[in-house]
Design a protein around this ligand. Structure first.
Ligand code: C5P
Length: 293
């Protein structure tokens, strides 16, 4: 018996970051979009072994710290399995690769253990702030730590070029840097003000209006930690990206393009200019999905 599950990456089109809460997390107003960029998990009866192939395979932990193992541990009534991950999503890239893998595992556990959607979503929130979104996918407005989701009406499809980075960013370090910048009167939260404009742009399928409403409060912190990313953002916009921005906590750079062809051209130009790996992906896509073949 073999099950394959697709685990989709995300991009945050809006990432409004409020002050740190008593539990250390930041209150968010974020718009997530799932992408047609995905890892594939192949799940077979086994003993909890994780193997990884693909570009960033060596960066993925295969011990109990992997969110797949943590998801399995929440449902000990389900028989143990081995999981082979075919990795396409950049690791520690701000695209929820680890969270998406956990979401895919939760969909498997739901099927194997006859779990309700409510049980799956509660487990997802326990595993990480981005895991609930990567379970459901589509386009969602996230509040709380990002785990409280409301579907966002969206028309059409949007094309992106992503510029990857060899070195990952630590999400806690980026959030801590935002707090530090704010103590100095810098990096004030402004992104959430774009929410209404962004929801209208998504509903209308208007890529230019969407580009104008994209905002990420984490971007100044990511750039303070990784000043080498700034020239890629500037170059991307000069090469026709409608908006170039940091994806989540980074370091992946997202560039919204006018069309698939424009995204492909950006991928060639940015890759050539900076010697970085690039990807083209479109959204919205589904959440974690069991393959029925
Ligand atoms: O929930 P997750 O484990 O993905 O979060 C990783 C880290 O990112 C947290 O430990 C915290 O430092 C930071 N974070 C935050 N506020 C959020 C989400 C994440 O400060 N809303």
């Amino acid at each position: 018996m073999l099950t394959t599950v697709k685990a989709h990456a995300k991009v945050n089109l809006l990432l409004g970051v409020g002050p740190a809460r008593a539990d250390g997390f930041h209150e968010l107003s974020t718009v997530f979009m799932a992408l047609d960029l995905f890892d594939v998990l192949t799940i077979t009866p086994g003993s909890g072994k994780i193997t990884v192939t693909g570009r960033d395979a060596h960066k993925v932990p295969v011990d109990g710290s992997n969110l797949i193992s943590k998801a399995a541990a929440l449902f000990p009534q389900v028989a143990p399995v081995d999981v082979a991950i075919a990795k396409n999503i950049p690791v520690a890239g701000g695209m929820a690769g680890g969270s998406a893998n956990a979401a895919a595992m939760l969909r498997y556990l739901q099927q194997a253990g006859n779990l309700s959607d409510a049980e799956v979503l509660a487990a997802a929130a326990q595993l990480g702030s981005d895991v609930p979104f990567t379970v459901v996918g589509g386009v969602q407005h996230g509040t709380g730590r990002g785990e409280k989701l409301t579907p966002v009406p969206c028309t059409g499809e949007f094309w992106f070029c992503f510029a990857l980075s060899d070195k990952g960013c630590s999400t806690p370090e980026v959030y801590a840097t935002v707090d530090k910048l704010r103590e100095q009167g810098l990096a004030a939260p402004t992104a959430a003000q774009q929410l209404d404009a962004q929801l209208a742009a998504l509903a209308a399928g208007d890529v230019h209006a969407l580009a104008a409403a994209i905002a990420n409060d984490l971007q100044p912190a990511t750039l303070a930690l990784r000043p080498d990313l700034e020239p890629i953002l500037t170059y991307g916009e000069r090469q026709g990206a409608l908006a170039a921005f940091i994806s989540g906590s980074g370091p992946t750079i997202a560039m919204l393009a006018e069309s698939k062809a424009a995204a492909e051209q950006l991928a060639i130009n940015v890759g050539y200019m900076f010697g970085v790996a690039t990807l083209v992906a479109c959204g919205p896509a589904a959440g974690a999905t069991i393959q029925q073949d």
